[in-house]
Structure formats: C-alpha cells, structure tokens
Design a protein around this ligand. Structure first.
Ligand SMILES: NC(=O)c1ccc[n+]([C@@H]2O[C@H](COP(=O)([O-])OP(=O)(O)OC[C@H]3O[C@@H](n4cnc5c(N)ncnc54)[C@H](O)[C@@H]3O)[C@@H](O)[C@H]2O)c1
Ligand SMILES: [Mg+2]
Length: 340
C-alpha cells in the first residue's frame, strides 16, 4: 500500500522534498544578509568566486572544459600569506548564493593583488566575463554574472548621491548606507525588453557596430521611466526598425550583467507579413535583417565564430547559449518546426 501511494504521489513528494531544502537555503541566505556576525561566520567555511578587476577566475579541466575553481577562504588566506598580504581582503567578499550543501557562496575582487601571481597560485586565468559566457556552461553562468554585477555595484556606489558622503556596506553586501543622509542603497537592475520578432516564417535580428563580426541578436531596449513592457516593446521596435508590432507574449527573463546590470524581459513578437519592410535607425543599429529558418538553424549548429572573409556576406553568428537572445532563437526554431 505504502509503495502504491509512493508511486502515485511521487512528483508531489519529490517537489516537497526539494522545495523544503530550497526554503531552508533561502531562509539561511536571508539570515546572512541581516546578521553581519553570522555572515562572517559563513564566510569562514564558504566558497569564493575570485575576480580581478571584474574578470572572473576560470580553470581549464584536463578534458579542455572551463569551470569556476572551488576556492574556500582558507585557500585564499594561503595565497595572501604567500604574497605577504593581509587577510583583511577576505572580508570584502559579497554574498551571492548558497550551495545545496548549505555552503555560502561569495564573490571577491582581488584587483589589488598581482594578477599573474594569483593565477599561478590558484591555477587558473582571469578571463573577461563576455568571453567567459562562451566558455562556461550550466548553473555556473548566472552565478558568475551575479557575482560580477554585485561587485561592480559596490565599486561604483561608494558615495551617497544626496549628501556626497561615503556609503558603507553591510557584511553580506546586500546594501549600502549613508550615515549622513540616512539613505539605504540596494543593488539595482535596469529593466530591458528583448524580443525576437517574426513575420510567421522568418525572424528579425539586428547588430550593433560593437558586436563581433557576423553576430546578430534579438532587438532590445531599456524601459523608459514609467513604461510597461508592451509600451517599451512597441516603441523600441518602431524606433529601431520602423515596424509596427501585431502581438507578443512574454517567454522568459534573465539578469544580464552588461553594461551595469539589466533585468531582461524576453518576448516572442509578431509583425504582420504584409508589413515587413525594415527601416533601420543607424544611430542605434548597424544592421537589421530577416533570417530564414534554415539560416538560423545553421547558425545554431556553429561551434566557433565563423571566419568572415572580406567582401563576402557574413555568416550568421548568434549570442552565447546563456544569453536570453539565444534562448529566444532556439524557442522560435522549435515553434517553426512544430507548426510547419
Ligand atoms: N542577454 C541578451 O541576450 C541580450 C541581447 C541583446 C541585448 N542585451 C542587453 O540589453 C541591453 C539593452 O539593449 P540596447 O543596447 O539595444 O538598448 P537600447 O536600444 O535602449 O539602446 C541603448 C541606449 O539606451 C540608452 N539608455 C537608456 N537607459 C539606459 C540604461 N539604464 N543603461 C544604459 N543605457 C541606457 C543609452 O543611450 C544607450 O546607449 C544592453 O545592455 C544589452 O547588453 C542582452
Ligand atoms: Mg536596442
């Protein structure tokens, strides 16, 4: 009987078990944000993601894959000892998460240390985050993005915009306070709407002049103050490519660390097949073009950026797998294959 019940209610049981450990982890993180002593204690046994001037430390495995090295506070203190530096640097770490084993995760910028020395002692290399997005896979990617963005926020919010006096962080780094004005500052994300526009059979991708050669992405734009998702989307598409939107649906969201920290709301959008004449605003985009399903499928199969020869039309190259633009493209391809 018990076995039968277990079989019948398995999904619920699994969900409840994983959700109770999730709840415990989230409550633990809340406590660490509120209690400086508890956070310092957690740092002693925690895991550290190291950055050098905001470039994360990556390690190459014997199989040639890239991963985040597993560094704990003791390891870093050993490195500091070898470099003749004080352990005080460790306390500058900011809290970014918690592993399933309840180990607190922190990020720390060691930009005050000699880069090559840290690389040698930790056995890795500091790699620009945009490049790291192409090298890492799995749940490490959002974590490394979160770690960098929180460090950047602290590095650029050292002063109160009301009083001009220094602001001071709590131990976890979840806020900064100005003792003069009494203002509390919390890390901010700028809302952005990103859309993969389709006319039913093709999709529209655009590129900025700063993108790597051949790379095209879904169209995106920052929300103006007070705008809704639909208002931003309609305005951005009209401004950037001169098209009138017919319909859209929200497909997902993601945090994006560039240029400061954006909250991307991702949409699949449709324009009428009778209204597909693109008029690019060259102040915003270098180019925007319609791509066929076949062109997009070929781009998804590429493992390395294509070598585009001068004069020849560039081969399409898509944003990294982690980028929500990439995920929108994959979703669109699946929809096309399912409906045609
Ligand atoms: N994750 C992804 O898949 C993905 C794909 C495409 C774009 N993006 C991101 O979306 C964001 C917005 O895209 P976009 O550049 O086309 O936006 P956009 O079309 O709104 O144009 C950017 C311009 O908007 C202005 N702007 C207004 N508010 C801003 C703010 N809060 N921060 C910075 N600039 C602001 C600036 O003048 C800037 O040059 C970028 O940060 C880009 O990195 C992410
Ligand atoms: Mg844009």
């Amino acid at each position: 009987m018990l076995k039968l019940l277990r079989t019948l209610f398995r999904p619920e049981l699994v969900l409840r078990r994983s959700s109770s450990s999730y709840v415990a982890r989230m409550r633990y993180l809340t406590r660490l944000r509120e209690d400086d002593e508890a956070c310092l204690e957690a740092l002693r046994s925690g895991r550290l993601l190291l950055y050098h001037r905001l470039a994360p430390l990556l390690q190459k495995t014997p199989a040639g894959l890239f991963q985040l090295p597993n560094i704990c506070t003791n390891d870093l203190e050993g490195v500091l000892d070898k470099l003749g530096k004080s352990h005080a640097l460790v306390k500058e770490a900011v809290l970014i998460g918690c592993t399933e084993k309840h180990e607190a995760q922190f990020s720390l910028d060691v930009g005050s240390l000699e880069q090559s020395e840290v690389e040698r002692l930790c056995g890795g290399a500091f790699i620009d985050l945009r490049k790291a997005f192409f090298l890492l896979t799995g749940p490490e990617v959002p974590l490394v993005a979160r770690g960098q963005t929180l460090l950047r926020w602290h590095q650029t919010n050292g002063f109160c915009s009301a009083s001009g006096h220094p602001t001071f962080r709590n131990q976890s780094g979840s806020q900064r306070i100005c003792h003069s004005s009494g203002h509390t500052y919390y890390p901010k994300m700028a809302p952005v709407v990103i859309a993969l526009i389709s006319d039913g059979s093709r999709c529209l991708l655009g590129r900025q002049a700063t993108f790597p050669s051949g790379m095209y992405s879904a169209l995106a734009g920052f929300c103006d103050m007070g705008e809704t998702i639909e208002e931003t989307l309609r305005r951005e598409i009209a401004e950037e490519v001169g098209l009138e939107l017919m319909s859209f649906r929200v497909s997902g969201s993601q945090h994006w660390p560039f240029p400061q920290s954006s909250f991307m709301v991702a949409c699949q959008a449709l324009v009428s097949p009778d209204n597909t004449q693109v008029s690019v605003d060259h102040a915003e985009l270098e180019d925007a073009r319609w791509f066929s399903l076949q062109e997009v499928q070929e781009a998804l199969r590429l493992k390395k950026p294509p070598r585009n020869h001068q004069g020849a039309p560039p081969t399409l190259w898509l944003p990294p797998r982690y980028a929500i633009a990439h995920q929108l493209v994959v979703e669109w391809v699946q929809q096309q294959l399912a409906t045609h």
